[in-house]
Design a protein around this ligand. Structure first.
Ligand code: C2E
Ligand code: MG
Ligand code: MG
Length: 380
């Protein structure tokens, strides 16, 4: 029965990894798996998870109902050891920690990686659940056209209301969602919820303004993205011109041809494109000419010290000039003070987003969203 179980486990292990990976049995009930080019520790976590999952169902062997409870130790080349023997020894050490931790789990050899992986792992599982449990919500922040003294758009910003941890900010879970691919369902939910909210506001007689939705690189590259975008627009009955997608420079730098084709398809639908956090991506400026982009959003890091740091002022001024010459709209993010507003107007930027006008607010605060604070006088 033991031999049969070992054979069964070996087959399950082989099916849980890629064809290029090595699965071997050293003896006893110990297996060694070598993942070549494993990627990031998070990718390794996914393989470990997959193995635990593959072994979790009960199996009937010789009239017994059996279940393997693997303890997985992980060591990573070259960080944990430089050569094979030491790597295996360290994986072995890690495996004993896994056994001690109660089996059916994995441990990294490097301690800090464990903590990171555990945190990541818990958050990932909770986030998976959060989507179904309706724990995600959106806040909205108005975009201000200073010339018109009017709201010219709304940015939808996702939040996660966890029953135990309270409100979790996107900076904490978007990277995990991106890493695990959960960003695809999260992003779809955000798009649908943002468009539905805008429709609701329209039905309530609020002004017709476009809604801006952040798009992560992974979501953008997803095969079905354009189809799902079409479907969500159709389902919510919102015209494409009332949707602006915010992408980052990183999204554009991926696979130029593929990216170009996809952007063209999106723009042909009538959706607008903005580059978010502009100026932080170290990217080639030539793509601004090549890609069908409509707007640049100057990253808030350049606005923060705008009034005291001449370099920031020079950068903002250059971006404003670039946008003007290329016929792109321009908006400054993170405007918090009257002084920043005046400095931006003096530099020729007249669209803003920031706490000076309104912070991101829940949909119930419709009045504050559509009638934000507007400081008096033009200043500069
Ligand atoms: P972002 O798209 O650049 O959004 C602007 C961020 O600046 C928001 O942070 C907003 O709360 C913050 N902010 C607004 N006004 C001010 C201000 O006056 N001063 C300062 N210092 N900050 C201000 P938030 O909501 O924490 O979002 C952080 C980032 O998370 C976003 O940056 C965006 O990259 C990402 N994110 C948010 N929602 C989504 C989403 O639905 N999908 C994806 N893929 N990413 C999202
Ligand atoms: Mg944004
Ligand atoms: Mg930004």
């Amino acid at each position: 029965v033991g031999d049969e179980l070992l054979k069964y486990v070996a087959a399950r292990l082989a099916s849980a990894v890629r064809a290029v990976d090595i699965v071997s049995r050293l003896g006893g009930d110990e297996f060694v798996i070598v993942l070549e080019d494993a990627g990031s520790p998070d990718d390794v976590v996914q393989v470990a998870e997959k193995i635990i999952g593959a072994l979790s169902p009960e199996v009937a062997i010789g009239g017994h109902r059996l279940r393997a409870t693997p303890s997985i130790g992980i060591s990573i080349f070259p960080d944990d050891a430089q050569e094979a023997f030491a790597l295996m020894k360290n994986a072995d050490t890690a495996m004993y920690h896994a056994k001690a931790a109660g089996r059916n789990n994995f441990q990294f050899f490097a301690r800090e990686m464990n903590e990171q992986a555990t945190h990541f792992f818990t958050l990932e599982n909770k986030l998976r659940h959060a989507i179904e449990a309706g724990q995600l919500l959106l806040n909205f922040q108005p975009l201000i056209d200073w010339r018109q003294r009017a709201v010219c758009g709304l940015e939808a910003l996702v939040r996660w209301k966890d029953p135990e941890q309270g409100l979790i900010q996107p900076a904490e879970f978007i990277p995990i969602a991106e890493e695990t691919g959960l960003i695809v369902p999260v992003g779809e939910w955000v798009l649908g919820a943002a468009l539905r909210q805008n429709r609701l506001w329209q039905q309530q007689g609020r002004p017709l303004v476009p809604i801006s939705v952040n798009l992560s690189p992974r979501q953008f590259r997803e095969k079905d993205f354009v189809a799902s975008l079409r479907r969500i627009l159709a389902d919510t009955g919102q015209p494409a011109r009332l949707l602006e997608l915010e992408i980052t420079e990183g999204t554009l730098m991926h696979d130029i041809e593929e990216t170009h084709a996809r952007l063209d398809e999106i723009v042909a639908m009538g959706v607008r494109l903005a580059i978010d956090d502009f100026g932080t991506g170290y990217s080639s400026l030539s793509y601004l000419k090549r890609f069908p982009v409509h707007k640049l959003k100057i990253d808030q890091s350049f606005i923060r010290d705008l009034t005291t740091d001449r370099d920031d002022a020079a950068i903002v001024s250059a971006i404003v000039g670039l946008a003007a010459n290329l016929g792109l709209d321009i908006l400054a993010e993170g405007v918090e003070t009257r002084e920043q507003l005046d400095a931006l107007v003096a530099l020729g930027c007249e669209c803003f987003q920031g706490k000076l006008f309104a912070p991101p607010l829940p949909p119930l605060a419709g009045d504050e969203i559509f009638r934000p604070r507007l400081p008096n006088g033009a200043g500069a």
